[in-house]
Design a protein around this ligand. Structure first.
Ligand SMILES: [Zn+2]
Length: 268
């Protein structure tokens, strides 16, 4: 039974992931979210069998059936990621499915995580976090935290309610003092949701995970591209001043805490 549920959650995740791809590509670009999918290069209308998540990309070898131009890797990666996240949400739920807390976590996760995946993809692609998405996450996670405190018993205390605003303050100061040059405020708005979804301890763990992951990947990119630009003149080096989208690292931290029990406070 539970393995069947996990199987269906992966299928559902992949299908939702392919919809999230459309949102990532078209949100705020003036194109409608609805409407038929077509090749970005030759406008060839895609048939249903070109739209099967992950499978179609593999069968087509990552190329358009009509003009053979490359299809973005974003498609299969977001579909795989969403499938994996849905698997984790279901697996976590199945560990202890009969408490109010677990049902609440399940319900809100199925709404909040797709939004987080869109934010992740959007930040990578467009280098910005849309307000509409990040405020929806903040509102949803605030409601989640209030329900947990009110009805779910072990679902945390008022300190977890303060976690969101407390995490927001340092991001706001960085943004304010630098006039937005060091960091956009989008990451701060996202940290509201981190605090309310994961509480104080979980939230701190996610933020620290995100900062370390971002720093390691950032330094790695600086090193690689500076070697590349020396070998090949004209290619642009990533410097410490280049903007590295930060939301994906924060969301990776949230993933580590919620699904893999990552904690800096494991001994407490
Ligand atoms: Zn094409």
């Amino acid at each position: 039974m539970s393995s069947l549920l996990l199987f269906y959650s992966v299928i559902l995740g992949a299908i939702i992931g392919s919809f999230l791809n459309v949102v990532i590509f078209r949100f705020h670009t003036g194109r409608s979210i609805g409407g038929r999918s077509s090749c970005a290069t030759c406008a060839h209308r895609l048939k249903w069998f070109d739209l099967i998540p992950i499978v179609s990309f593999v069968i087509l070898g990552g190329k358009c059936r009509s003009c053979h131009s490359r299809i973005s890797w974003q498609y299969p990666l977001i579909e795989l990621l969403t499938a994996a996240v849905f698997f984790c949400i279901t697996a976590n739920f199945l560990e202890n499915p009969n408490t109010i807390a677990e049902w609440t976590v399940l319900g809100f996760s199925l709404v909040v995580w797709p939004l987080l995946i869109v934010i992740l993809g959007y930040d990578l692609r467009h280098k910005i976090i849309p307000d509409a998405l990040v405020y929806t996450v903040a509102l949803g996670t605030l409601l989640f935290r209030l329900i947990m405190i009110a009805f779910a018993g072990e679902g945390g205390s008022w300190i977890d309610l303060l976690a969101g605003p407390i995490f927001f303050i340092p991001f706001f100061l960085l943004w304010f003092l630098s006039n937005g040059r060091w960091m956009g405020l989008g990451d701060g708005k996202l940290s509201l949701g981190i605090g309310w979804l994961l509480g104080m301890y979980g939230g701190i763990s996610a933020l620290v995970f995100g900062f370390w992951a971002g720093a390691i990947v950032g330094l790695f990119l600086v090193a690689i591209t500076s070697v590349q630009s020396r070998l090949k003149r004209g290619s642009k080096a990533v410097t410490m001043k280049s903007e590295l989208p930060f939301a994906p690292f924060l969301i990776a931290g949230m993933c580590a805490v919620q699904f893999f029990n990552f904690s800096l406070f494991a001994g407490l």
